[in-house]
Design a protein around this ligand. Structure first.
Ligand code: NDP
Length: 284
């Protein structure tokens, strides 16, 4: 039976380390500050933002939520970002995406100062990830790397297959695996022979957004299977992209959903905000 990678426990350990660092920073008069902008009243976005605020408070950050109505104009939103860019008590800024219709996600991402872009979505930060001298790691892929590291799994020389090529998960995931000397294959909806490619993976990362997409016949015995997906199954129950019950007996290690990658994403957001606060205050 596979090692079940406990994202909840690993995220809790990481949050504990962050809280300890925050204590040290506070003793020097620095409190990391994160501003989260929420436009409109999408219930899923409200839940994500609430969880981020709570996590910030738990590690001792200053957290500010800016609620804007769905009728906010592009200019008004950019003006809010600009004010936050200039505030010394705010080290990290994120705008919960997707934005309501009529607002441009990419214009807002571009307006956030790259120094405060703790989601690592700004083109300048994406460029840094490509070069490998990143200041912020993209939260979900970096969370996956933490899970891999803290489970004692080495990436070097391994065939890593990433299913999905989105800008927020698939592409940066592939870059981080490559940086650790994995041999990386990126698959997507036009990939031919997907199951064959997946079967060659020593490390298989699924970021597709389709319930139970990865079936047992797509997994090599002993492979590490990382499930990024967050979906609902036919009964409305939360599930990942991997058919967990069928794949667990074959895999060497596997992340469950919930309790795998999900808790890591917020933990990495906290880590990036801590990094931003240190960088903006000249702390090594
Ligand atoms: P996107 O929809 O942006 O990307 C999905 C990717 O999967 C695309 O590259 C797409 O290919 C590929 N894909 C879709 N269908 C197939 C198929 N039949 N065969 C092969 N590839 C396919 O999603 P995200 O990357 O934003 O998210 C992926 C999943 O991860 C979602 O379930 C999301 O909810 C979850 N997620 C979880 C997070 C967490 O914290 N755990 C954070 C972020 C996302 P193509 O490019 O060709 O269309």
């Amino acid at each position: 039976m596979a090692l079940r990678i406990d994202g909840k426990a690993i995220a809790a350990a990481l949050r504990g380390e962050i809280a300890a660092e925050v204590e040290t920073l506070k003793a020097r008069g620095i409190t990391p500050g994160l501003a989260v902008i929420l436009v409109g009243e999408d219930p899923a976005s409200q839940t994500y933002v609430r969880n981020k605020q709570k996590a910030c408070q738990e590690v001792g950050f200053y957290a500010e939520q800016i609620d804007l109505p769905a009728t906010t104009t592009q200019e008004e939103l950019l003006a809010v970002v600009d004010r936050l860019n200039h505030r010394d008590d705010i080290h990290g800024i994120l705008c919960q995406l997707p934005l309501p219709r009529g607002l441009d996600d990419s214009a807002v991402i571009a307006a956030i100062s790259p120094d405060k872009d703790v989601d690592a979505f700004h083109a300048e930060n994406v460029g840094h990830i490509m070069i490998g001298d990143q200041r912020f790691l993209p939260c979900t892929p970096a969370g996956v790397m933490e899970l891999i590291h803290r489970s004692g799994i080495s990436v070097e020389g391994k065939h890593c297959v990433v299913i999905g090529r989105s800008n927020i998960v698939g592409k940066p995931m592939a870059m981080l695996l490559l940086q650790e000397n994995g041999t990386v294959t990126i698959c997507h909806s036009r990939t031919k022979g997907l199951a064959d490619i997946c079967r060659q993976a020593d490390i298989l990362v699924a970021a597709v957004g389709r319930a139970k997409f990865v079936t047992a016949d797509m997994v090599k015995a002993g492979a590490t299977v990382i499930d990024v997906g967050i979906n609902r199954d036919e009964n409305g129950k939360l599930c990942g992209d991997v058919d967990f019950a069928a794949v667990e007996p074959i895999a060497g290690a596997i992340t469950p959903v919930p309790g795998g990658v999900g808790p890591m994403t917020i933990a990495l957001l906290l880590k990036n905000t801590l990094t931003a606060a240190k960088q903006q205050n000249g702390v090594e």
